[in-house]
Ligand binder design. Structure first.
Ligand code: ATP
Length: 787
C-alpha cells in the first residue's frame, strides 16, 4: 500500500534507484511484485466472490429446473417459468432526462435511407463525434458508483501497472547487459532471477488487462441493450412507430444486435489501446529525458507532430466506410430473415432461384464494399508502417546516440555515467540499452496511438449508428416524427397530413368508442405531401352491445380504422374517445403465435405469472379451448407446458381459433376482429361469434363476407369514393330475433333434409337390390322386345 500511495514518477524512481544502487549492480523489482501481488489478491477475491455467486445462482436455477422437467426447452425456457428476479426497467423520468442529450445527429446517417438533416458535418473524429460519445456515456456510466466505473478503475490500475512494469523491465535489461559486459557473473545471475520474478506479475497484468477489457465491453453492451430495449418496447409502441411511421432507421435488429456490440467492443478496446500508449508516452518520455536530454526530447516531439500531421492527411474516411459496411451487413441479414419468415410461401411458388439472386446481389454489394476498404487500407498501412516502424526507429536511434557522441546534450542519467575506461563503456552500454528499450516501447506506444486514430475513425462510424438509433427512439417515444420537407409539396392536393402536424386528440375512459370528424390517413414518413386520406371526417359512436360490421373494398382503410382506434396510426384531426387499452382487444388478419408454451398461446400477452396472479387456472383454459373446438390440442401436443414453434404446428384454421381463444381468455369489453375467422368453418365460426356475445364482448368485425351480417347490429361501409363512408343499422334486436327464429326454423328444415336424403338413399338401395335380383329378366325383356 505504501508503494501505491507515492506519486508515480517518484515511485518509479525509487524502484529504479534501488536497481541502480551501488550495493547491487542488478535490479530489485520487489515493490512491483508486491504491488501486483496486492492487486492480484484484491482482484482474485473479487473474481472468486463473483464466481461463487454465479455458481450459487446456477445451482439454485438447476434445483428449480429439476422441479419442472418439461421446462427444459432451450432458449424458450425463460418464458415458461415465471421470472424469479423482477427486472428493473429504465424509468420514464430517466428517459425524459436523457432525451435532451440526444437531439437529431448533425451528421447525415449512412445507415438510413433518408435523412432530414442537411449537414456538411462528416462522419469522423470531430466535435460532433465527441458530443455523441458524451451523450452515450450518460447511459453507459449513469452514476459514479456503478459496476462499469469499478471495472474502469480496475482496468486503469492495471494499465498503469503495465507501464510501470515496462519501465522496470527496461532498466533491468540495461542492468543485465551492463553486468554481462563487465563480466559480473553473480550480478548477471541475480539479474536473470529478477527477470523471471517480474515475468510472473507482468503476464498476470497483461491477461487481466485483456479480461477487464472484455468485461468492460460486455458491461457497456448490457447497459446499452437494456436501455434500448426499454425505449423500444414499451407502452408508447416505439417499435411499431420505428418500423411503420418513420424511416430514419432501417433494420433496427441489426442496430440492436450487431452495431451496439461492435460499438462497445471498439470503445472498450480503444480505452486500452489509447489509454495505455498515452500513459506510456508520458512516463517513457519522462524517463527518456533523463538519458537523452531536453534537446533529444525536442527532436522526439517534432517527430510526433510531423507524423501525426502526415497520418491525418492520408487517413481515409474510415468512419464513413465503417458506417456503410454496417448498413450493408444489415441489408444482407434482413434478406436472410425475410427468407426464413416466408420460407413456405416461397417454396410453394418455387421462388428459390429469384430469392437466391436477391441474396447473392445483397452479399455482392457488401463484399464489394469490404474489398474496396481493404484496397484503401493497403496504401494507408504501407505509409503507416513506414513512418512508425522505420522512420521512428531511425529517429530513436539517432536520439539515443546523441548523449554518446555529444555528452553535453545528455540528460541527468547520462551525466551521471560520464567517466572513463571500462566503467564508462559499461555505463554507456547500460544507458544505451535502457534508452533503446524505452525508445522501442515509446515507438510501440506512438504506433499504437496512431493506429488508435484509425480505430477512432471507425468508432466514429459505429458511434453514429448507435447514437442515431437512441436519438430516433427517443424522438419517437415522444411522438416526434421525421419532419416532412417542404420541397416538392403540392398545395393543390388539399389538406396535408404530415407526421409533424398531428392535431387530433385521443381520450381514454369512455364507455364506448366514439369518432368525431376523424380522417383515416395512411402515414407517410418524410413525404412532403403527407399521407393519403382514406376516409374523410368519420363520426360514429359505438356503445357497448352495438356489434358493428365494417366493410368495403380492398385497401379502402378498414384495417386502418382499427389501427387508428388502437393508436397505431395517428389521429391527424378530430377526436376519439375510447375505453382503457385493456378493454379493447384486436385480433389481426394474420394469426400471431408467440414463442413459448401451449399455455402461453392462449393467454398471450399475459405471462404464466400474470395468469397465476389473476387466479386463472388450466381448467379454465381447457373450457376456453372447448369453445373454439381445440380441446384435443393439449393432449395431442403433450400438455400445457409443451414448447414448440407453434406457427409451424397449427393449421391456418387452428391458428385463427387459437387467437379467438385468447379473446375468450381476456374477455375485453370490445373486440376488433379483422377477418380473423376467414379460415374457420362457418358452423364453428357462428358458435364462436355467439359465445363472444354471450360473455359480453362487443364485436367490431372487419369483413367482406355477408354471412357475418347476422351477428351484428350496425354496418359501417367505406365506399372508397373520395373518403366516403355510410353508417346504417342492420336490424333492431326484435327484427334480428325474428330473423334468428327464421334461421333456426330453416336450420331445422335443413336438418330434415338430411333425414330425407338418408331415406332417399335407403330407397335407392332397395331398388338396386331389386334390379340385381333379376338381371336376366331384364335382359330377357330386352331380347323379347328385340326379337
Ligand atoms: N404502414 C403503411 N404506410 C402507408 N400506407 C399503408 C400502410 N399500411 C397500409 N397502407 C395503405 O393503406 C391503405 C388501406 O389499408 P388497409 O389495410 O386499411 O386496407 P383494408 O381496407 O383493410 O384492405 P383489405 O380488405 O385488403 O384488408 C392501403 O392502400 C394500404 O396500402
Amino acid at each position: 500500500m505504501a508503494v501505491q500511495s507515492k506519486d508515480l514518477p517518484q515511485q518509479i524512481n525509487s524502484v529504479l534507484d534501488s536497481i541502480h544502487s551501488k550495493k547491487s549492480s542488478s535490479a530489485r523489482p520487489l515493490p512491483a511484485v508486491a504491488l501486483v501481488g496486492f492487486i492480484a489478491i484484491v482482484v482474485g477475491r473479487y473474481l472468486s466472490n463473483k464466481q461463487a455467486k454465479e455458481k450459487k445462482a446456477a445451482a439454485a436455477s438447476k434445483a428449480s429446473a429439476s422441479t419442472s422437467a418439461t421446462q427444459d426447452k432451450g432458449i424458450l425456457k425463460g418464458r415458461v417459468q415465471a421470472p424469479k428476479k423482477s427486472i428493473k426497467y429504465t424509468s420514464e423520468a430517466t428517459i425524459e432526462r436523457n432525451r435532451k442529450y440526444f437531439p437529431p445527429s448533425k451528421v447525415a446517417s449512412a445507415g438510413s435511407s433518408a435523412s432530414s438533416v442537411k449537414s456538411s458535418v462528416k462522419v469522423g473524429v470531430n466535435k460532433e463525434f465527441f458530443r455523441q460519445i458524451e451523450a452515450i456515456f450518460k447511459i453507459l456510466i449513469p452514476k459514479l458508483r456503478c459496476k462499469e466505473s469499478f471495472i474502469l478503475v480496475l482496468h486503469t490500475t492495471f494499465l498503469v501497472l503495465r507501464t510501470y512494469l515496462s519501465v522496470v523491465v527496461a532498466r533491468l535489461d540495461g542492468a543485465i547487459v551492463k553486468d554481462l559486459i563487465a563480466g559480473n557473473g553473480k550480478g548477471f545471475i541475480r539479474g536473470l532471477g529478477y527477470w523471471f520474478a517480474i515475468a510472473l506479475p507482468a503476464t498476470y497484468t497483461n491477461s487481466m488487462i485483456r479480461y477487464l477489457q472484455s468485461k468492460l465491453s460486455i458491461a457497456f453492451r448490457t447497459r446499452l441493450t437494456r436501455y434500448v430495449h426499454d425505449l423500444y418496447l414499451n407502452d408508447q409502441i416505439t417499435y411499431y412507430k420505428a418500423l411503420n411511421l418513420d424511416d430514419r432507421i432501417e433494420g433496427v435488429d441489426q442496430y440492436i444486435t450487431t452495431d451496439i456490440a461492435k460499438f462497445c467492443d471498439s470503445l472498450a478496446g480503444l480505452y486500452s489501446n489509447l489509454g495505455k500508449p498515452l500513459l506510456d508516452t508520458i512516463i517513457f518520455n519522462y524517463q527518456l529525458m533523463r538519458s537523452i536530454g531536453v534537446s533529444g526530447m525536442g527532436g522526439l516531439f517534432v517527430s510526433y507532430v510531423v507524423t501525426a500531421f502526415l497520418l491525418r492527411m492520408v487517413t481515409p474516411a474510415f468512419g464513413k466506410l465503417a458506417a456503410v459496411e454496417a448498413k450493408l451487413e444489415g441489408d444482407f441479414r434482413s434478406a436472410h430473415t425475410r427468407l426464413i419468415t416466408n420460407a413456405e410461401e416461397i417454396a410453394f411458388y418455387n421462388g428459390a432461384e429469384l430469392e437466391h439472386s436477391i441474396l447473392t446481389k445483397t452479399y455482392k454489394r457488401l463484399i464489394r464494399h469490404i474489398n474496396s476498404i481493404y484496397k484503401i487500407r493497403i496504401a494507408y498501412n504501407m505509409f503507416e508502417d513506414f513512418i512508425i516502424k522505420y522512420c521512428w526507429s531511425a529517429v530513436g536511434l539517432t536520439l539515443c546516440a546523441l548523449p554518446v557522441f555529444f555528452p553535453a546534450l545528455g540528460g541527468v542519467d547520462s551525466a551521471k555515467n560520464v567517466s572513463s575506461g571500462d566503467q564508462a563503456v559499461g555505463a554507456r552500454t547500460k544507458g544505451f540499452i535502457t534508452s533503446k528499450r524505452l525508445m522501442m516501447s515509446l515507438a510501440d506506444a506512438g504506433g499504437r496511438m496512431m493506429y488508435s486514430y484509425k480505430e477512432m475513425s471507425e468508432l466514429a462510424g459505429s458511434t453514429l449508428r448507435v447514437y442515431n438509433l437512441i436519438s430516433v427512439l427517443h424522438q419517437l417515444h415522444a411522438d416526434n416524427y421525421e419532419p416532412a420537407s417542404a420541397e416538392g409539396s403540392d398545395d393543390s392536393k388539399g389538406e396535408r397530413y404530415t407526421l409533424d402536424d398531428i392535431r387530433g386528440i385521443i381520450g381514454y375512459g369512455y364507455e364506448g368508442i366514439k369518432f368525431v370528424n376523424v380522417p383515416i390517413v395512411t402515414p407517410s414518413p418524410g413525404n412532403s405531401n403527407g399521407g393519403e386520406e382514406l376516409v374523410r371526417d368519420l363520426s360514429v359512436d359505438i356503445k357497448p352491445g352495438d356489434h358493428m360490421l365494417v366493410t368495403g373494398p380492398n385497401g379502402v382503410g378498414k384495417t386502418g380504422f382499427a389501427r387508428v382506434i388502437s393508436g397505431l396510426w395517428p389521429v391527424f384531426r378530430g377526436q376519439i374517445q375510447r375505453p382503457a387499452p385493456k378493454d379493447i382487444f384486436y385480433i389481426p388478419q394474420r394469426a400471431y403465435l408467440s414463442i413459448g408454451s401451449l399455455r402461453d398461446q392462449v393467454i398471450y400477452p399475459h405471462s404464466h405469472a400474470d395468469m397465476i396472479k389473476a387466479g386463472r387456472t388450466d381448467e379454465e383454459l381447457m373450457t376456453i379451448l372447448k369453445h373454439v373446438h381445440l380441446a384435443y390440442i393439449p393432449d395431442r401436443e403433450g400438455g400445457w407446458d409443451t414448447v414448440k414453434e407453434w406457427k409451424d404446428v397449427f393449421s391456418g384454421g387452428e391458428k385463427q381459433r387459437m387467437n379467438l381463444a385468447r379473446l375468450f381468455y381476456h374477455k375485453p369489453k370490445f373486440a376488433i376482429l379483422d377477418e380473423c375467422t376467414s379460415a374457420v368453418s362457418s358452423d364453428v365460426e357462428g358458435l364462436m361469434y355467439n359465445h363472444a356475445k354471450d360473455i359480453g364482448i362487443t364485436l367490431i368485425t372487419i369483413s367482406h363476407r355477408p354471412a357475418l351480417f347476422k351477428y351484428h347490429l350496425h354496418l359501417l361501409k367505406f365506399t372508397g369514393d373520395h373518403g366516403h363512408w355510410e353508417f346504417s343499422t342492420i336490424g333492431t334486436a326484435e327484427e334480428r330475433q325474428s330473423l334468428e327464429k327464421e334461421m333456426a326454423s330453416l336450420q331445422a328444415k335443413l336438418d330434415e333434409v338430411e333425414q330425407l336424403k338418408e331415406r332417399h338413399a335407403e330407397i335407392q338401395k332397395e331398388l338396386e337390390v331389386g334390379l340385381n335380383a333379376g338381371p336376366q329378366d331384364g335382359v330377357k325383356v330386352q331380347k323379347r322386345g328385340l326379337f
